[in-house]
Design a protein around this ligand. Structure first.
Ligand code: SRM
Ligand code: SF4
Length: 558
């Protein structure tokens, strides 16, 4: 029976994740034993929680045409790629791994990482070792720890953006868990620590109550949606160096339908810190989550609930006590979300090409040979690659004389890598069906049709060039950040969606629930009157989201 109190575990008799972490001997559990057992295709219920810390999830096909008894456990593996920065060799290595283990596909994520799906148990070890060999890892890509650190992209090769590489990597490395369980299990390294004697300096034995997400950007650039993170650092510059950071905390998207005690939240500005206080502040914020996050109810355990309930003043004071200095007040510059798609010249004279990839899915299909084309391009022209928080990628450092050849390879692939219409540029959908176990409705597989349908309404009203940001998810967890989009379409039931309105292009406002249980086929028709009202009632250059914020979601029903 489901608990009526959303803050109580659904089955109080079951081993909680907290107990599993404590009993795991620093994330070892029985993972190694299961790996060695040829009769098991998947891990025990307890270990299913632990493998997330190692960077992968156990899944099962949700295809209706395969009988349940025939379904085998498969795995989704996620990389930890700070700032989504890859060398040409690292991109090619991921591409190889997609061919070898991941169903000939890669999936770029909304946090600048790569995921592979459909992995079988016996392939986990060679796969994770291969990720290690490319000088990356899967450590802490999932689980109750600090996840992949996102960083604003740098298509123009500007030196001020390059400055973010060091703090992004520093944060990522500093908060990577220290247990040698990963190296023992996946690389076969010998255990050097004595059981019972191991230390996890920042997290402790029970790690964090829940996931913790960090982002870093330059003041004025919110291309990575910093307000949706637990903690974000927004760098200010002086004399060509980072002088300090605005610190934001308490963002998060996840909610549950019809449970108002769960909600998406945008981060608050805590204050400004000098550059040398970065790690101390990050440790203090992670420490507050570790010590005050709700360990009894995982639906209530994110830092956003601590901050919402205790107040931002309390949080600021707690951080100041822990880091032993005070935040300063500075005025925050206005936000932009710079476009990275298409060609841009870099400061060193070379070029970047931002490639639009629908839902981040890189594969060869009837829509074109995208995977093969990107592989050929990277092999031939050796660009560095930066993954974006909008599931795209940027090829960087292309010589002028190579531009034509590169475009030819992409054109010959038959894949529409230049998004045909503005609504596709920032349109996102989460993975959803068939792999995500939490999906209630389609997202990625229908995004193309949904965006096209809304686009045709925009065309009727002469609004195509002002297309709003549309993001879709298969459930309310918010993996494509629908609640910071101008139009958020959130799965409720198979074929039925709630529509949230009022996020803004700057990404600093939260969208609010407008209507529920709208069928897939009626989404665009339902939105059309709102588009019309925006067109006729909006101020000059006012985006749809800003319009909704001004008039209020409720007024759209009258
Ligand atoms: Fe997410 C859980 C996919 C970004 C909030 N997310 C999941 C799982 C692992 C489902 C599960 O728990 O079994 C999904 C795996 C699907 C699959 O088959 O691949 C999943 N999340 C994704 C990705 C791949 C979506 C995508 O299409 O790109 C993103 C991977 C990011 C990465 O590289 O690390 C992804 N997830 C996000 C984001 C966006 C972000 O961080 O910028 C959010 C909202 C921000 C936030 O964390 O609040 C997000 N994912 C969630 C939640 C809700 C957490 C909550 O506080 O309630 C869940 C459910 C959970 O953790 O229990 C979830
Ligand atoms: Fe799965 Fe829901 Fe995340 Fe989509 S939003 S990937 S359906 S958990």
């Amino acid at each position: 029976m489901l608990s009526l109190d959303p803050f109580l575990p659904e089955n109080p008799m079951s081993q909680t994740v907290e107990e599993i972490k404590i009993a795991s001997d620093y994330l070892r559990g029985t993972i190694a034993a299961t790996l060695a057992d040829p009769l098991q295709d998947g891990f025990s219920e307890d270990d299913k929680n632990l493998i997330k810390f190692h960077g992968f999830y156990q899944q099962k096909s949700r295809a209706k045409d395969v009988p349940e008894a025939e379904k085998r456990a498969t795995f989704m593996v996620r990389g930890r790629i700070p700032g989504g920065r890859l060398t040409a060799d690292q991109y090619l290595a991921w591409d190889d791994l997609g061919d070898l283990y991941g169903g000939q596909a890669l999936r770029l994520t909304t946090r600048q990482a790569v995921q592979l799906h459909g992995i079988v148990k016996d392939d986990l070890r060679p796969l994770l070792k291969a990720v290690h060999d490319m000088n990356l890892t899967t450590i802490g890509a999932c689980g109750d720890v600090v996840r992949n650190v996102t960083q604003s992209v740098n298509p123009r090769g500007l030196s001020e953006y390059d400055l973010l590489d060091i703090p992004a990597t520093l944060l990522s490395d500093h908060f990577q868990f220290k247990s040698s369980a990963w190296a023992e299990i996946w690389l076969g390294e010998e255990r050097i620590s004595v059981p019972g004697d191991e230390q996890e300096p920042v997290f402790g034995k029970t790690y964090l109550p829940r996931k913790f997400k960090m982002a870093i950007t330059l003041a004025g650039d919110n291309g990575i949606d910093i307000y949706t993170n637990d903690l974000a650092f927004v760098a200010t510059l002086e004399n060509g160096l980072i002088s300090g950071y605005f610190v934001f905390a308490g963002g998060g998207m996840g909610m549950t339908h019809n449970k108002p005690e769960t909600y998406p939240r945008i981060a608050d500005l805590v204050g400004w810190i000098p550059a040398d206080k970065l790690l101390a502040t990050a440790e203090a914020a992670v420490g507050v989550h570790r010590d005050f996050g709700d360990r009894n109810n995982r639906k209530h355990s994110r830092l956003k609930y601590v901050i919402q309930e205790q107040g931002i003043e309390w949080f600021r004071a707690e951080l100041e006590k822990r880091q032993q200095f005070e935040f300063l007040n500075k005025s925050l510059p206005a936000w932009n979300t710079p476009n990275y798609l298409g060609w841009q010249q870099r400061t060193d004279g070379t070029w970047s090409l931002g490639v639009h990839i629908l839902c981040g899915r890189i594969k060869n299909s009837e829509k074109g040979q995208l995977k093969a084309a990107l592989r050929n391009v990277v092999r031939k022209y050796r660009p560095t690659v930066q993954l974006t928080a909008d599931q795209d990628l940027i090829l960087q450092g292309i010589k002028s004389e190579d531009k034509q050849g590169l475009e030819r390879i992409l054109a010959e692939s038959g894949y529409a890598w230049e998004s045909g219409s503005k609504i596709f540029d920032r349109g996102l959908a989460c993975v959803s069906l068939p792999t995500c176990p939490l999906a209630l409705a389609e997202a990625e597989r229908v995004l193309d049709d949904v965006l096209s349908a809304i686009d045709s309404k925009l065309e009727i009203h002469g609004l195509k060039h002002r297309a709003p940001i549309v993001r879709m998810t298969g459930c309310p967890n918010g993996c494509s950040r629908p609640y910071s989009a101008e139009i958020g379409i959130v799965g409720q039931l198979p074929g039925k969606y709630a529509i949230f309105l009022g996020g803004t292009p700057a990404g600093d406002k939260i969208a609010r629930l407008w209507v529920q249980k709208i069928s897939l086929e009626r989404l665009a028709d339902t939105l059309e009157p709102v588009l019309f009202r925006w067109k006729t009632g909006g101020l000059e250059n006012e985006s749809l989201g800003e319009y909704v914020q001004r008039v209020g979601v409720e007024s759209l029903n009258s």
